[in-house]
Design a protein around this ligand. Structure first.
Ligand code: NDP
Ligand code: HSE
Length: 436
């Protein structure tokens, strides 16, 4: 049988890895797919660079629409990124009846509803394993492997750049800026690295996972997003002393009131496996009723790890494209007419525990005032750590770990504590997850 014909849009980090791995492992991949998978056409703005990667046997063009217009192409692989031209090209490819593979989490988290509806109408597949956690097959696990389960929550280190920065800052005492430059040089960071460090990339991925886990539409606009730019190295040290590590987590939880969807730095007990995921590695924990807790770990970024996921999608489509569209795995795991309208909860309604650091005057009675405010708000304290004031210092740091409480109550208590004349600087608040 003629190999399935693939058109690549964008041959940068992920596109070149995809081409390379498809070439290297073509025999093995064909034995699995039941048919060859051939890159027949590539579009990239830099035609000369693209030709240097794919050689002379593959047609290279600078206009992606020529790939979409080619009737020979069965699958269009979008590896350009962003919400701009990529969105138009994906919708045009669907309209032209092509199956689509994309690694573009930004696009799907924001415009997924429109894209999946268009694909459903046309009876084509949109596959996106590479969009979340690079090479880890977490989409497949959530959508198919865990299909028997009622998923309760998931929590993941799903941005390699920020995990790399946090690891290097903790282990080598390097500065934020220096480690970010390294992450960019290694190809982990997004074209706009603020997406990484401000938590946006992780929120894109958490949004996609929450949709698949709970059968809700993708709703990036309702996610709570906080990155790592305000983290201070002293908090990383205090957390260590208390038996915790700080990680940027993407979390989505089912509660009686709705779905929590949030990304923020988080204290995680150092003894949890996920707390020991270092460098650019990713890991996702999923808690589900039948299977219990499962953990998925691997490379979340980089050329070939991400290519591994892109090619898995190509194989899936090759196997399934002749199947009746109604018998294929739904894009977001649940049948489109069986989606839930559970609300995404505003952050004020989220329940979690907290790490607080207060820079306070080194005076008698300060601790009592602070704990009094927490007690009045019905917030129970789990642990207190007070740094001894250094010689000649008139201030000290008070670290408090709390038990779970609703965020609105904590906001109120923080506002009251901040008013105390003995609290000398803005209070640092980092959320804490026990993940048990
Ligand atoms: P790159 O920037 O390395 O590659 C994008 C390529 O697309 C470049 O070669 C670029 O050309 C080309 N391009 C830009 N505009 C067009 C256009 N209009 N027509 C054709 N080609 C175009 O990005 P990555 O490979 O890193 O990322 C691709 C996608 O994969 C993104 O959505 C990203 O978020 C996602 N992803 C990336 C991962 C990674 O580790 N890098 C991991 C998981 C997902 P030029 O350089 O000349 O502008
Ligand atoms: N910038 C992303 C990261 C790439 O650092 O995880 C993988 O999606």
């Amino acid at each position: 049988m003629k190999p399935i014909q693939v058109g690549l849009l964008g041959i940068g980090t992920v596109g070149s890895g995809t081409f390379e791995v498809l070439q290297r492992n073509q025999e093995e991949i064909q034995r699995r797919a039941g048919r060859g998978i051939e890159v027949a056409m590539v579009a990239d703005l830099d035609v000369a660079r693209a030709k240097s990667i794919v050689g002379t046997k593959v047609q290279v063009v600078d206009d992606a629409r020529k790939v979409i217009a080619n009737p020979e192409i069965d699958i269009v692989v979008e590896l350009i990124g962003g919400y701009g031209i990529a969105k138009q090209l994906v919708l045009e490819a669907i309209e032209a009846g092509k199956h689509v593979v994309t690694a573009n989490k930004a696009l799907l988290a924001v415009h997924g509803t429109e894209i999946f509806a268009a694909a459903h109408k046309k009876g084509v597949m949109v596959a996106f394993e590479a969009a979340v956690a690079g090479g880890i097959p977490i989409i497949k696990a959530l959508r198919e492997g865990l299909t028997a389960n009622r998923i309760q929550w998931l929590a993941g280190i799903i941005n390699g750049t920020t995990n790399f920065i946090l690891s290097e800052m903790r282990d080598k005492g390097l500065t934020f800026g220096d480690v970010l430059k390294q992450a960019q040089a290694l190809g982990y960071a997004e074209a706009d690295p603020t997406f990484d460090i401000e938590g946006v990339d992780a929120a894109h991925k958490a949004t996609i996972m929450s949709a698949i886990a709970f059968g809700i539409p993708v709703q990036f606009d309702k996610a709570y997003v906080e990155g790592i730019t305000k983290l201070e190295s002293q908090d990383i040290k205090y957390a260590e002393q208390l038996g915790y590590r700080i990680k940027l987590l993407g979390i989505s939880k089912r509660t009686a009131a709705g779905i929590e969807l949030r990304v923020h730095p988080c204290l995680v007990p150092a003894k949890r496996l996920i707390a020991n995921v270092e460098g650019a590695m990713n890991a996702v924990m999923v808690q589900a009723d039948a299977v219990g807790t499962t953990l998925y770990y691997g490379k979340g970024a980089g050329s070939e790890p991400t290519a591994s996921a892109v090619i898995a999608d190509l194989v899936d489509i090759t196997r399934l494209h002749t199947a009746d569209p109604l018998n294929r795995v739904p894009h977001l795991a649940f049948q489109p007419d069986a989606m839930s309208n559970l609300p995404i909860l505003p952050m004020a309604q989220v329940v979690t525990s907290y790490y607080l650091r207060l820079r306070v005057a080194d005076q008698a009675g300060v601790l009592a005032k602070v704990t009094g405010i927490l007690a009045n708000a019905d917030i129970s304290i789990d642990a207190v750590l007070q740094r001894e004031a250094g010689e000649g210092e008139s201030h000290t740091d008070l670290i408090i770990l709390t038990h779970d409480c609703v965020e609105a109550k904590m906001n109120q208590a923080l506002a009251e504590m901040q008013q105390l004349s003995t609290v000398l600087a803005p209070i640092t608040r980092i959320r804490k997850e026990e993940l048990n």
